[in-house]
Design a protein around this ligand. Structure first.
Ligand code: ADP
Ligand code: ADP
Ligand code: MG
Length: 501
């Protein structure tokens, strides 16, 4: 049994993991860099350990410092969150070597999936459809340029080690190839310390749909349905929802996609929570395996909303050796385990009016929306500092309604009632996106934002909410099932709970 958990992360995800630990009676250890000395996750945990300078490589990416902090504070397990070290097999191995439980998949599964080339090779072995392309370890510019001719332009060049949409370039014709290769591989080297590249045929106006899986230590694999994440800016997800509006008219896709996700998980001998990502051709409904994110995903709360399951709790239970067999009735192929509809929006510290420039600084006011069916996962509060060193995700707002239109109205209403002063945020931009007729109709693809919002500028504060006002007058369907997640008051974050070492 896990008694004390160290969270090797910061921001909203660290705070969110600590919440579940409190419910489970598990004591928590936060780690922090210099820039995060006063951060919310530090105040929220039972213990907090300084691990180094603000640069991620000197703190949140320093395996030795983090495992050292776990040993010094007597933690018996480590949760990596997402980003940072979460998908590094060496980190999981270092935990194992120190007899610390790593809350995530085993290193071998991470290795099999961590690299897009090996993940695709695995999918091919299982007969899971992949986007036609060229995946060979060690392929250079020349080899890939030749392959692009064979596959046929336009193509997508990708870093094998890529994540977060980085190291990726669309190449429309042979003339663009050289420059695209140089910039993408350079970006990959800087971001991942690895410039191995592969390429895929570019799918026109695709949808991004992914499957949440849970796998226990006994080989059981369950699918907690899908998430549609087609609302992306520069290949980065901005708004995510479940169930996918695309499935409504195509119920036959789910059983096949579910089977593919399970196949990949089994072949990789996957354990714990993970996400199998697919790209879907919106015109034909064909789907293709993209990659597996071997960790908890940013957008996991929408799945929690519609299933009533706490995914972090299940991650911890699985790591302790609990079987997931009991979840089977909830996760069956008939989809009757789905309750309502949930949508999440990412609140980012950036200025959409000025090229989405990241915004750092002190938050002078922070007032979260509170209403039925609304959950806020935030990593900041009034007087928090938003450091310039890390990802600029401030919070996620998750709305749960009995149907999609109800969830959209709830989310928009909540965003209007989320007040953050001191840094720029994308809230006004999100409100415009949510009220766009195509979004409201569920008519999405990954180019939706660039098509309609490339030159976005803030208008006057909206008095009536465009297409939303029509939805709002729709009769609301019967009661929304509460997710039953208690929201601990921020006052619990008082520093008396902290023992700093
Ligand atoms: P998701 O589907 O969960 O959003 P992403 O691939 O976008 O997955 O990554 C999740 C988060 O982790 C993002 O906030 C991203 O900026 C961050 N991230 C991704 N890769 C890395 C990395 N190698 N190092 C640090 N952070 C990363
Ligand atoms: P990352 O590791 O950065 O998340 P992915 O391979 O998962 O990389 O792709 C991220 C996003 O890029 C997808 O959600 C999709 O929007 C776009 N994308 C990826 N592959 C293709 C493709 N072959 N054709 C068109 N768009 C793609
Ligand atoms: Mg991805």
């Amino acid at each position: 049994m896990i008694q004390k958990l160290l969270i090797a992360n910061r921001g909203e995800i660290a705070v969110r993991i600590i919440r579940t630990c409190r419910e489970m009676g598990i004591r928590t250890v936060a780690v922090y860099s210099e820039a995060d000395a006063d951060a919310l996750h530090v105040r929220f945990a039972d213990h907090a350990v300084a691990i180094g300078e603000s640069e991620p490589t000197k703190s949140y990416l320093n395996i030795e410092a983090i495992v050292g902090a776990a040993i010094a504070s007597g933690a018996d397990a480590i949760h990596p969150g997402y980003g940072f070290l979460s998908e590094r097999p060496e980190f999981a191995e270092a935990c194992e070597a120190s007899k610390i439980v790593f809350v995530g998949p085993p290193p071998a599964a991470m290795r099999a999936l961590g690299d897009k080339i090996s993940a695709k090779t695995l999918a091919v072995k299982g007969g899971v459809p992949i986007v036609p392309g060229y995946f060979e370890q060690g392929a250079g510019a020349k080899e890939l340029a030749q392959a692009a001719e064979q596959v046929g332009y336009p193509v997508m060049l990708k870093a094998a080690a890529g994540g977060g949409g980085r190291g990726m370039r669309v190449v429309r014709n042979p003339d663009e190839f050289e420059e695209a290769f140089a910039t993408a591989s350079d970006e990959a080297r800087k971001a991942f310390g690895n410039d191995a590249m592969m390429l895929e045929k570019l799918i026109d106006r695709p949808r991004h749909i992914e499957v949440q899986i849970l796998a226990d230590l006994y080989g059981n694999v369950e699918c907690l349905f899908e998430r549609e994440c087609s609302t992306q800016r520069r290949h980065q997800k901005l708004i995510e929802e479940t169930p996918s509006p695309f499935f409504a008219a195509r119920p036959q896709i789910w059983p096949a996609m579910r089977e593919s996700a399970v196949k990949v998980a089994r072949l990789a001998q996957y354990r714990n929570a993970g996400t199998v990502e697919f790209i879907v051709d919106g015109s034909t409904g064909e789907f293709f395996f993209l990659e597996v994110n071997a960790r908890l995903q940013v957008e996991h709360p929408v799945t929690e909303a519609i299933t009533g399951l706490d995914l972090v709790r299940w991650q911890l239970l699985i790591a302790q050796g609990e079987s997931i067999e009991g979840l089977r009735p909830k996760c069956n192929a008939s989809r009757d385990g789905i309750c309502g509809h949930a949508i999440e929006a990412r609140i980012i510290a950036e200025d959409p009016a000025r090229g989405f420039l990241p915004s750092a600084g002190r938050i002078v006011a922070w007032a979260e929306p509170r209403s039925p069916g609304i959950r806020v996962d935030g990593g900041f509060a009034q007087d928090s500092e938003v450091p310039r060193f890390y990802d600029s995700l401030l919070a996620k707002v998750i709305a749960h309604g009995s149907n999609r239109s109800e969830a959209i109205v709830k989310l928009s209403t909540a965003l209007l009632d989320f007040h953050i002063l001191g840094v720029h945020t994308n809230i006004a931009y999100l409100l415009d996106v949510l009220s766009h007729p195509d979004f409201v109709a569920g008519d999405l693809d990954t180019a939706f934002l660039s098509r309609h919002f490339a030159d976005w500028q803030p208008g006057p504060v909206p008095e009536e909410m465009g297409a939303l006002s029509e939805l709002a007058s729709e009769p609301a369907a019967s009661a929304v099932t509460p997710r039953g997640e208690p929201r601990p008051a921020w006052t619990l974050a008082d520093s008396f709970r902290n023992v700093r070492t």
